[in-house]
Design a protein around this ligand. Structure first.
Ligand code: SAM
Length: 302
């Protein structure tokens, strides 16, 4: 990291064009803190590149290609690092393929440790004409880590308490909320072992309860891209939880550049990769037009 000859320095804070595996191979071992990415979905779109992933004939071929990409991601990730993969499923001839879980299990085979399967609920998902099954309004966000011990800042992504309703009978419940001294550390609840052992999920933690595994986040409104763009809030949650301040965030399927944009706003370095030059240009433009909000425009490494 510290040597000027380190190839990481040439790629840091740039959007690079090329196949994800080829470009990841240029990175040194253990140089990335956290990868946040959404790979192409199986047979969902036709990206204008001969390197494109997603157009394979079978789900098995698709999963194998992603496995190769994420094996390379594993190599470039620090031992404390992590990976967030956002991926949706697909119906073919009326049958759900189960692709997200096939991908998740394939990633475990190349060393990733699966920590969470988050459901990304999309409150503003497009309506669909189906009448023979529920309309899909979610995707998966799989959270993996490289090792048993890893960086995770639970406090950075806490969510508001909702456990205790007005009618709750739970001891020490809502009556203490928002009141001075109403925490396990001090005041009326001090020393309550139920709270201290986490049995009640840190119910009185002043910063909120631990993040849950269903995230309700509306779809993004960035119009320039014709493919699914990450909501910034989704990327923000992943980065705050698993990339230390000033760490390095990677997205090997960067598309319109949402991950680099959010990484830079949060004071992290980034590396973005995409096989379509037009998308790389789009991501660079987006970063340049938002550069007043912090950081430098992205470099141009092709
Ligand atoms: C679902 S989009 C990512 C959208 C992105 N999360 C955003 O916020 O804009 C997937 C991207 O993967 C890129 N892609 C497909 N195959 C690739 C490959 N082999 N290497 C690198 N990028 C690839 C596509 O060009 C596309 O931009």
């Amino acid at each position: 990291m510290d040597s000027p000859a380190n190839p990481l320095h040439a790629l840091l804070n740039t959007i690079v064009c090329g196949d994800a595996v080829d470009r990841l191979r240029e990175l040194p071992d253990a140089s990335v803190d956290c990868t946040v990415t959404s790979p192409p979905y199986f047979q969902q779109r036709d990206y204008p590149s001969e390197d494109q992933i997603g157009a394979e004939a079978t789900p098995a071929d698709f999963v194998q290609r992603l496995q190769t990409v994420f094996a390379e991601c594993w190599r470039v990730t620090k031992s404390t690092g992590s990976l967030w993969v956002v991926i949706g499923d697909k119906y073919i001839a009326g049958e759900l393929q189960g692709t997200p879980w096939r991908v998740a299990l394939a990633l475990k085979e190349v060393g990733w440790r699966l920590r969470s399967d988050v459901i990304w609920h999309k409150p503003n998902a497009m309506p669909s004409p189906v009448r023979t099954r529920p309309t899909t309004d979610h995707e998966y966000v799989f959270f993996f880590t490289k090792s048993k011990k890893y960086f995770y800042d639970a406090d950075a992504i806490r969510e508001p308490h909702v456990t205790f309703t007005e009618k709750s009978q739970m001891r020490g419940g809502r009556g203490h909320f928002g009141k001075r001294g109403g925490t396990p550390e001090q005041g009326k609840n001090a020393g309550n072992s139920n709270l201290h052992t986490g049995n009640w999920d840190q119910a009185f933690h002043p910063q909120g309860r631990n993040k849950r595994t269903v995230w309700s986040i509306s779809l993004s409104k960035f119009r320039e891209a014709h493919f699914a763009v990450f909501p910034q809030k989704l990327v923000e949650t992943c980065i705050l939880a698993s990339c230390p301040p000033e760490g390095v965030v990677c997205d090997p399927f960067v598309g319109s550049g949402t991950t680099p944009l959010v990484a830079r706003e949060l004071g992290r370095d980034f590396i973005g990769i995409d096989c379509v030059e037009a998308y790389c240009e789009m991501a660079r433009r987006r970063l340049a037009s938002n550069s007043h909000r912090g950081g430098q425009p992205a470099g141009n490494t092709t």
